[in-house]
Design a protein around this ligand. Sequence first.
Ligand SMILES: NC(=O)c1ccc[n+]([C@@H]2O[C@H](COP(=O)([O-])OP(=O)(O)OC[C@H]3O[C@@H](n4cnc5c(N)ncnc54)[C@H](OP(=O)(O)O)[C@@H]3O)[C@@H](O)[C@H]2O)c1
Length: 305
Amino acid sequence: MPKEGLKKVLITGASGLLGANIIKNLPENWQTVGVVNKHKINPPNERASIIEYNLLEEDVSRLFKECGPFNAVIHTAALTNVDQCEEDKDLAYKLNVKLTEEIVFNCAVNNIFLLHISTDHIFDGKDGNYDEDSEPAPINYYAETKLLAEEKVKIGGAKYAIIRTNFFGYNVQNKNDLAGWIVKSLRGKMPVRLFKDVFFSPILVDYLIDFIVEIVEEKKEGLFNIAAGDSCSKYDFGMKLAEALDLDKSLISSISVEESGLKVKRPKNMTLDTAKAKKIFKNKIPLIDESIEKYKELDKIYNQN
Ligand SMILES: NC(=O)c1ccc[n+]([C@@H]2O[C@H](COP(=O)([O-])OP(=O)(O)OC[C@H]3O[C@@H](n4cnc5c(N)ncnc54)[C@H](OP(=O)(O)O)[C@@H]3O)[C@@H](O)[C@H]2O)c1
């Protein structure tokens, strides 16, 4: 049972970029169970417990029985590596689609609110500025599985919210996201090549979590784009980051997708329209510069090496 007055929340993917940051920034009234698989983490506070559980090999219902009852589930676990999804479609399907289906089923039968994390990647990237009514058109297998997962959530019978997003932040795993890779490379005086023709609306994970908390606290149901209020190319993002962190911008050069020789197709314009979120949420959708400014503050704490 949750401790008196506390909301008990299950977080899958607790060792991932998003999950670990949620656990670290828990609201005062939340007690969480974070599920990790290959990467072990220590509970960052006394209201968090961490459980090692391979969600593909062990029984998901048993997890709900033994660690619940939960007030909410935040499902962030996924196979997020786009190339790996293409190479191992079976694993991608099991982790991104089948597991989501099982999580939804368990939420439905136990009457638990589910917050599922989806992606801007489900669009073909021809137009950009996609709103919640835009037609998805996946162009790679990662995107296909993430879209199928959304469908499982929608028809699974649980009360749910789905967030489509694109985020950056500090990672507990020794694995860099785009921002971490740019900063580490520039600090190591390594050149960085970034796409001038790929556009996105990245939000700092800490700001995204404010919306996650609002959704769970108020059980806000539906599909929401939670991303930056503006957009830029990956090249401009790198330049902004280098400027803010006082890193050597001359190490950054621009490249086009055609020049890059990427094996797996990726959408070129993944920008999201956040008008709905701006109307519905108390939290404010940040601009990219605001996220970068906060990243700079966090960098002073986490990354001075
Ligand atoms: N990163 C982005 O910008 C972005 C953008 C849009 C949407 N998303 C979505 O946001 C969510 C979180 O992304 P992220 O970047 O935080 O992911 P991530 O860092 O790649 O972490 C993935 C998590 O899934 C867990 N996992 C994988 N296989 C598992 C298994 N068999 N059993 C239990 N757990 C397993 C991993 O655990 P171990 O590491 O311990 O094995 C890890 O905690 C995903 O659904 C992703 O599709 C991400």
